[in-house]
Design a protein around this ligand. Sequence first.
Ligand SMILES: Cc1cc2nc3c(=O)[nH]c(=O)nc-3n(C[C@H](O)[C@H](O)[C@H](O)COP(=O)(O)O)c2cc1C
Length: 214
Amino acid sequence: MSDLTQALRDDHHSFDIAKLDEIKDGNPFTLFEKWMQHAIDSNCLEANACIIATVDANNQPSSRIVYLKELIDDQFVFYTNYHSHKGKDIAFNNKISMQFFWPLLQQQIRIEGSVEKIDEKISDDYFQSRPWESKIGAWASHQSEKLSSREELEQRIDELSKKYPTDVPRPPHWGGYALTPNKIEFWQGRASRLHDRFVFEKNGTNWSIFRLNP
Ligand SMILES: Cc1cc2nc3c(=O)[nH]c(=O)nc-3n(C[C@H](O)[C@H](O)[C@H](O)COP(=O)(O)O)c2cc1C
């Protein structure tokens, strides 16, 4: 067996710092906010980074990390380029999943649902709150398209910096998506892989709550 295989087989930690005995509040957003705030307060690195999985027209899933930036009206909002790989997938199939993992807290949250582009005004407000360099970058990066060289990108940045020396409008192909969840799972690692899992599932306007086997 190679050293790497040995290391992969050996590298597991005991999850034993907390448990999730019961769900006291029937509102998953309250629990999400509580866990997220705790992750931020506990200095979890990149606490708001989450994995977004999409599916393309050939049913090929793909995933990547984005930042959760807002919770608006019980919707999870992230920002990206609408022409990117993920943007094209979403235009074809707007069902996605979103996943957070906080190793320090031995917790993960899994969310499933469908996304819509958010109101342009909200995207404008958020875009304008970003540093100038990020705004130029949103124009310069033709996200997920082939790039012949780093110089090609840097040349576009130079040109756009001259075009927009101060005020930068939001590119029309850049903005937010809001995920409306129909399922949210809260996972707390436990010893011997006997983890605690609680799922909130939307039934009409209500949420049903159940436990899953680990
Ligand atoms: C920590 C972290 C945060 C990221 N946040 C974002 C984000 O908020 N929006 C975004 O479009 N890409 C973000 N990215 C880059 C994406 O992971 C990805 O490379 C990019 O969106 C292109 O994905 P696509 O080709 O699947 O569309 C982030 C990457 C990392 C590692």
